[in-house]
Design a binder for this molecule. Structure first.
Ligand SMILES: *Cc1c(COP(=O)(O)O)cnc(C)c1O
Length: 418
């Protein structure tokens, strides 16, 4: 089929001949064989497609969305378009940005930390095209460490460590610990690279200050490094730390990775940052801050000027106000769903401090069994918990990223189904 596009039968034959002759003499990273194929989202899509084909009259409500849906805040849009205009004039055009980000944005991020009672130097802030890149790339500067990852969790931590051939120990989230595993559950007390995501995706659970202090103390005692993912920080409503640097000693043991994606709706714009404190030093005296700068300036050429101006605007007073209004909209959706579960006496975590609601499937149903029940009997699409790790079996994730109207309708359906 594709061969006809060559338009030259002889050329086609030559091409086939070389392809059949042999494999190349190059090796791939065999660690990639250890990564599980994720069938989760394709399996969901195929079950939904089949259902819709058989029931064309039914209207589905999608509460599996892991992406923001509200448009960008007006001050963000105007900052981005002003910056685009600047790029079109000779006297204000800019070429490559500084590798770690423009000072104006790093200053805005440092000010944001100060508002959350943490002092971060500009030299400790690295602007990037998003948290996922930084989470995936940070393993570049780390050696063959033992790695500790909570289960269930955002799959990037596990997969990027598997790609590097690292040994992973999972620490289990459960109903008993409210999906907030603590260091006292660690079997062998030793140094690990520890991943913490709070508020968590997928469980919505968030650590309080005392719990985070226990993790920081574990890290300081054992010489561990914490990689703290605070992507959902802006969803926190309770009195909980917005940053790990609110905890004493965290600047000696923790890297923090954050993002404009969930806070300012930048999933399509792309901007995030990583804080690497200057006090982080490896066993042989190497500065992690210097290494991360070296890694980034070698493999990354920075974030575009209009995007950095847009991010700066999101952190301005007006920007915060507008972005938090969007987050409030999602929060009200989450509260609607949580209300139904409260009335039905169904166990869940999240629903506040997070756009995610993580519920125990009723009647001991499996995650996929409950997925099919919601789809067939209430036309609601969610995400089976086991897609986020073994500890997610029997659980289910609903998200607050739908419209208020759809979420309200979904709640009416849940009310009569459950
Ligand atoms: C969405 C999300 C991010 C953000 O990733 P970006 O690359 O900045 O869009 C990071 N961590 C978790 C757990 C997330 O769910």
């Amino acid at each position: 089929m594709a061969l006809t596009s060559y338009g030259d039968p002889a050329g086609c034959k030559r091409y086939i001949f070389y392809r059949k002759r042999s494999f190349m003499n190059i090796k791939t990273n065999s660690n990639f064989h250890n990564i599980k194929e994720t069938y989760l989202f394709s399996e969901i899509a195929s079950r939904v497609r089949r259902y819709s084909a058989e029931n064309p009259e039914k209207v589905l409500i999608r509460l599996g969305i892991g992406d923001v849906t509200l448009p960008l805040a007006p001050v963000v849009v105007s900052a981005m378009s002003d910056a685009a205009q600047e790029m079109g004039r000779g006297d204000t055009f800019r070429g490559y940005p500084p590798e770690a980000g423009y000072e104006f944005l790093r200053q805005a991020i440092a000010d944001h930390y100060r508002d959350n009672n943490a002092e971060i130097k500009l030299s400790e802030i690295f602007v990037s095209d998003g948290a996922k890149s930084d989470l995936g790339n940070f393993v570049d500067i780390l050696g063959a460490n033992d790695v500790l990852i909570p289960d269930p969790v955002y799959p990037v931590y596990v997969d990027s460590n598997l790609m590097n051939g690292n040994i992973i120990t999972l620490i289990k989230g459960s109903r008993e610990n409210g999906f907030l595993p603590m260091p006292d559950a660690i079997g062998e007390k030793k140094a690990y690279v520890i991943y913490i995501c709070s508020p968590n995706n997928p469980t919505g659970a968030a650590y309080n200050g005392e719990q985070l202090a226990a993790w920081v103390n574990y890290a300081l005692e054992t010489g561990s490094l914490i990689i703290y993912d605070s992507a959902y920080e802006a969803f926190i409503t309770d009195e909980l730390p917005h940053t790990i640097y609110g905890i004493e000693g965290a600047d000696k043991c923790a890297v923090e990775i954050c993002s404009f994606s969930k806070f300012a709706g930048f999933t399509g714009v792309r901007c995030g940052w990583t804080v690497v404190p200057e006090g982080l030093v490896s066993d042989d005296g190497t500065s992690l801050n210097k290494m991360w700068f070296r890694r980034q300036s070698t493999k990354f050429n920075g974030v575009s000027y209009p995007v950095q101006r847009a991010a700066e605007a999101a952190l301005s007073k007006a920007g915060m106000h507008q972005c938090l209004a969007n987050i409030d909209y999602y929060r009200r959706n989450a509260a609607m769903i949580a209300d139904v579960l409260d009335r039905k006496g169904i166990f869940y975590t999240g629903g506040k401090n997070s756009p995610y609601i993580w519920l125990l499937c009723p009647d001991n149903m499996g995650s996929w069994e409950f997925f099919d029940k919601l789809l067939n009997e209430a036309q609601i699409v969610g995400t089976p918990g086991e897609g986020f790790g073994k500890a997610g079996e029997g659980y289910f994730r609903l998200t607050a990223f739908g419209t208020a109207e759809n979420t309200a309708e979904a709640c009416r359906r849940l009310e009569s189904l459950l």
